[in-house]
Design a protein around this ligand. Structure first.
Ligand code: ATP
Ligand code: MG
Length: 614
């Protein structure tokens, strides 16, 4: 592929020349692809359980490849701390997951019951995910860095009957709260080594005793398969329920939004404790029969470049925080690594700053394709497709099969409904609440035990996402902000993303978070919190300079009036900036649910007095 850069409004449009590129022919014409799409048709790309009896995610992801002549192909390649690798073929994975399903059966864990994991990215995790689905039980991943309280909350809400974890995690995080978890009958240790902790079981031993070739329980498309907790950016995490039919969307979006092709070497950096790490770290790529790279370690710029180069990764799915980290580490880190195998780079989870898209083009040799979705949508909904020109800063366009719209809001910020139908924003570049027409297969079927909260998401025939966006005249969507994060200043509606993105263009700025703080005249004014790049010192001069820089780009109405330096913005463990926490700290309000906070609160440092500049 060659891509040219053409002058656009602010950031140049990245034009795709797709000659010779492995783009699916049906996606070159976006409009025609959308018009010709149906989910029933998409479902035909899957096999279904043998004998026409139902649909099971694990069968689509593993067994059909193992049975269909690809048994020895590598399904998962694990990269260990020292860089050494070990691999599982599709046949290995089929057997391991059969054994895990057998263990659940032997423990009396049945259809619909919840099996949780608290594990790093190790083979046991993948056996547990797929084996649970084969047993018709429901899998729920927990992020292994969670503390005991968030773990307890989720296990309790999800009524987890079994938990798969390690000895160290059990001792530290589960044993102290075991008594308060009446549903948790079985804890399986992946590393018991013949000597499980009291009250736990040796998973390896039980798997050794289970049959490697048990039948997969029959599941129907609408049977519950996965429970995913949201990131908790806006409040208490919700448990989103997903069904086996989700694999239809994972497969289709794997083609459309991630450009997966047979023979690809695919790497998704998201932790399997979150929905991205399951939908696109496990299900979509395996359903396509491609090889998945699993890095057992945490992020590190040099290590990551080495993995991309040495593993000859062709498709890479990552997140803005990770890309910003690489950008911060400097372009020279990428130089010297052969990234020529890399064909497609995509990002999700947070707004992707336009400069990162362009940086990708320079440092990785590929632009970064932003896409948008949520735990609730189960799969990618809006995306920059391989064959589509990229407008840096835009999330792209709705995928075939996805109907998106912007719902108008009234003065109280409530969606407007007339005659039972939501009123839609139709003019280009106007802000509305991003909404989706229900009906795609990976859509959540409820929030576990929160029927009311679920029902409130649907207004006038649409699923309301809680995000605000604009659509330009060509149908590209632009993220404006979460509804709760919007800033209203002197009659302007300001999205924090716009402010943060502009600040990030200043050479000293590594990270930025913007919130509204009350102001007697303007209602609210914008306050920014800044993380500096290495080598920069916080000072009054720098504060003035950055504010001046933002004013030139954004105008005085939108630019921050107040600016503080911080060493670490509060983030969720999945890397999202927690603006609600910035607000609460700024205004001295209770911090609310902090179970998913990455950084502990920090006291102001002497060199960064909270300062105000008008
Ligand atoms: P909670 O719902 O508990 O507050 P959360 O919304 O952060 O947490 P997720 O479902 O993990 O939980 O995240 C989805 C949200 O992440 C989206 O609603 C959106 O706000 C943000 N997001 C995801 N992708 C993008 C993107 N490409 N651009 C901008 N924002 C994005
Ligand atoms: Mg959300």
């Amino acid at each position: 592929m060659t891509a040219g850069i053409e002058s656009g409004t602010r950031w140049p449009v990245i034009r795709k020349d797709i000659t010779g590129f492995r783009v699916r022919p049906n996606l070159v014409d976006y409009e025609a692809a959308c018009a010709g799409f149906s989910w029933d048709e998409a479902r035909r790309a899957l096999s279904g359980l043998p004998g026409g009896a139902g649909l099971n995610i694990a069968y689509e992801a593993v067994d059909r490849h193992a049975a269909g002549g690809n048994a020895s192909r590598t399904a998962l390649r694990f990269i260990q701390a020292d860089g050494s690798t070990h691999s599982l073929s599709f046949a290995d994975l089929a057997q391991l997951s059969n054994r895990f399903a057998g263990v659940l059966r032997s423990l009396g864990i049945v259809r619909g019951e919840r099996v949780f994991s608290l594990l790093g990215r190790t083979p046991g995790l993948y056996a547990a995910i797929l084996g649970t689905l084969k047993n018709a039980s429901v899998f729920c991943p927990l992020f292994s860095a969670f503390g005991p309280e968030p773990i307890r909350q989720r296990l309790e809400l999800g009524e987890g009957r079994a938990l798969v974890t390690t000895r160290a995690l059990y001792r530290k995080k589960i044993a102290p709260l075991r008594a308060s978890l009446p549903h948790l009958d079985h804890v399986l240790l992946t590393d018991a080594d013949g000597n499980p902790e009291p009250g736990t079981l040796d998973l390896e031993l039980l798997m050794g005793q289970a049959a490697p070739d048990g039948a997969i329980a029959v599941t129907l498309p609408e049977d519950m398969a996965l429970l995913h907790f949201t990131s908790g950016t806006t409040g208490t995490p919700k448990g989103a329920i997903h069904v086996h039919d989700a694999v239809t969307a994972h497969y289709a979006t794997g083609s459309y939004a991630l450009d997966l092709h047979p023979g690809d070497i695919y790497w998704c950096t998201a932790d399997p404790g979150w929905v991205t790490g399951i939908s696109y770290g496990v299900i979509a790529p395996l359903a396509h029969g491609v090889t998945v790279i699993v890095d057992e370690e945490e992020m590190d710029a040099d290590r990551w470049y080495r993995i991309l180069a040495e593993q000859r990764v062709t498709v890479w799915y990552t997140a803005p925080t990770a890309l910003r980290m690489l950008m911060k580490a400097g372009a020279d880190r990428a130089a010297g690594h052969d990234l020529s195998a890399l064909r497609f780079v995509a990002s999700v989870g947070e707004p992707l700053n336009p400069e990162v898209v362009v940086w990708g083009q320079e440092a990785l040799g590929r632009p970064v394709h932003d896409n948008w979705w949520q735990t609730e949508t189960g799969g990618i909904m809006i995306s920059n497709l391989a064959a589509m020109d990229i407008r840096p800063g835009s999330m792209g366009r709705p995928l075939p099969g996805v109907r998106a719209a912007l719902v108008a809001r009234d003065e109280q910020d409530k969606p407007i409904v007339r005659d039972g139908e939501a009123v839609l924003v139709t003019d280009p570049d106007q802000v509305g609440e991003l909404a989706l027409r229900p009906g795609w297969p990976s859509m959540f079927r409820g929030y576990l035990n929160e029927e009311d909260r679920y029902r409130r998401c649907f207004v006038g025939g649409w699923y309301i996402t809680g995000d605000l966006a604009k659509r330009d005249a060509d149908g590209y969507y632009w993220f404006v902000g979460r509804g709760d994060d919007m800033i209203k200043s002197s009659g302007h509606l300001i999205g924090p993303f716009e402010v943060e993105s502009s600040l990030m263009e200043h050479q000293a700025v590594a990270g930025a978070g913007a919130i509204g703080v009350p102001d007697p005249v303007a209602g609210q004014v914008v306050k920014a919190f800044i993380e500096l790049r290495p080598g920069w010192e916080a000072s009054e001069d720098l504060r003035m300079e950055i504010i001046g820089f933002a004013r030139k780009r954004l105008g005085t109405a939108v630019a921050p009036r107040l600016l503080d330096f911080t060493t670490a913005l509060p983030r969720t463990r999945s890397g999202k900036i927690l603006r609600r926490l910035l607000r609460a700290r700024e205004l001295g309000l209770p911090e609310g649910d902090t179970s998913t906070v990455e950084n502990p609160p920090e006291p102001p440092t002497p060199e960064t007095p909270p300062g105000a500049l008008a």
